[in-house]
Design a binder for this molecule. Structure first.
Ligand SMILES: NC(=O)c1ccc[n+]([C@@H]2O[C@H](COP(=O)([O-])OP(=O)(O)OC[C@H]3O[C@@H](n4cnc5c(N)ncnc54)[C@H](OP(=O)(O)O)[C@@H]3O)[C@@H](O)[C@H]2O)c1
Length: 255
């Protein structure tokens, strides 16, 4: 049975994906931001392959999360799901970064670099990534006035480009990005019009299915259908510039 690590599995889509995969007998490694939040996993944890703890807004804790995962063993798939949406201010993380950038962009990048390379990588994107162009001019929001929605869009463009970069750079890994749709979670809110189940089925399918359609790389998906991502996400020059910036911000280069 494949072993899957899911970031941000205490709530929403991550938790639902974890429950669905565990229900089908897969080994799932869960993740909570803090020990207190891990209490939300009390029903799933006894049957999980492990629970790792760490706040992804902190680069130091993100490194610890990677170390905890590697200690458990090599994952077959990693679903980079944890995310934040409309942060009221830039916020300054322990390392001085904007919180949205740290959680949504830097953490998946660092975890990708530091977790023993799995067979499959899935990144939670959003349709809003189409509005993320131009982010490299001030990626860490040090010069612009804070705009939470724009920061979110940019962070989702980053992870979409990361997924597509890896599809190009790591041909032995299946790397894809998923738009789950607008679904009723803590992030999506109660008025979201999308179906929660449809919101997580694509990432669980990409993580474990041996269907020909699921064993591809470099896709941007919505409800198990490939869609066209923003042109920048597909642009090798943008991808290379983004990887350079992320390497500089984290001090870790992707091999
Ligand atoms: N819901 C939507 O409509 C929608 C639409 C498009 C894309 N997405 C994407 O789908 C993914 C999951 O969203 P969701 O709707 O399931 O969100 P959610 O219900 O708010 O859950 C987010 C998860 O990420 C965790 N997380 C947040 N900040 C963290 C941090 N600093 N360190 C560690 N874990 C952290 C949360 O833990 P805590 O509960 O402890 O904070 C929670 O487990 C996100 O990447 C989001 O951008 C969602």
């Amino acid at each position: 049975m494949p072993r899957i690590f899911i970031t941000g599995s205490t709530d929403g889509l991550g938790r639902a994906a974890a429950g669905a995969l565990m229900g089908r007998g897969h080994d799932v490694v869960l993740h909570a931001r803090t020990r207190e939040r891990a209490a939300a996993l009390s029903d799933l944890a006894p049957d999980a392959a492990g629970v790792v703890i760490g706040d992804l807004s902190s680069a130091a804790q993100t490194r610890e999360v990677a170390a905890q995962v590697n200690q458990i063993g090599r994952m077959d798939a990693v679903i980079h799901n944890a995310g934040v949406y409309l942060e009221p201010s830039r916020g300054t993380t322990a390392e001085g970064h904007a919180k949205t950038l740290a959680v949504n962009t830097l953490a998946p990048y660092l975890l990708t670099a530091l977790i023993d390379r799995p067979d499959r990588l899935i990144y939670l994107s959003s349709g809003l990534h189409h509005g993320g162009a131009g982010s490299l001019r001030d990626i860490d929001w040090t010069r612009r006035s804070w705009n939470a929605a724009q920061a979110y869009s940019e962070s989702k463009l980053h992870v979409t480009a990361l997924a597509l970069t890896l599809a190009r750079a790591w041909p032995d890994v299946l790397s894809n990005a998923v738009d789950p749709g607008w679904v009723p979670t803590k992030m999506g809110g109660p008025y979201a019009t999308g179906d929660l189940e449809m919101g997580y089925l694509t990432q669980t399918w990409l993580a474990v299915s041996n269907d020909t359609a699921a064993t591809v790389s470099g896709g941007y998906w919505y409800h198990r259908q490939r869609q066209a991502p923003a042109s920048q996400a597909r642009d090798p020059a943008f991808q290379d510039q983004l990887m350079d910036r992320l390497a500089a911000l984290t001090g870790v280069a992707l091999s």
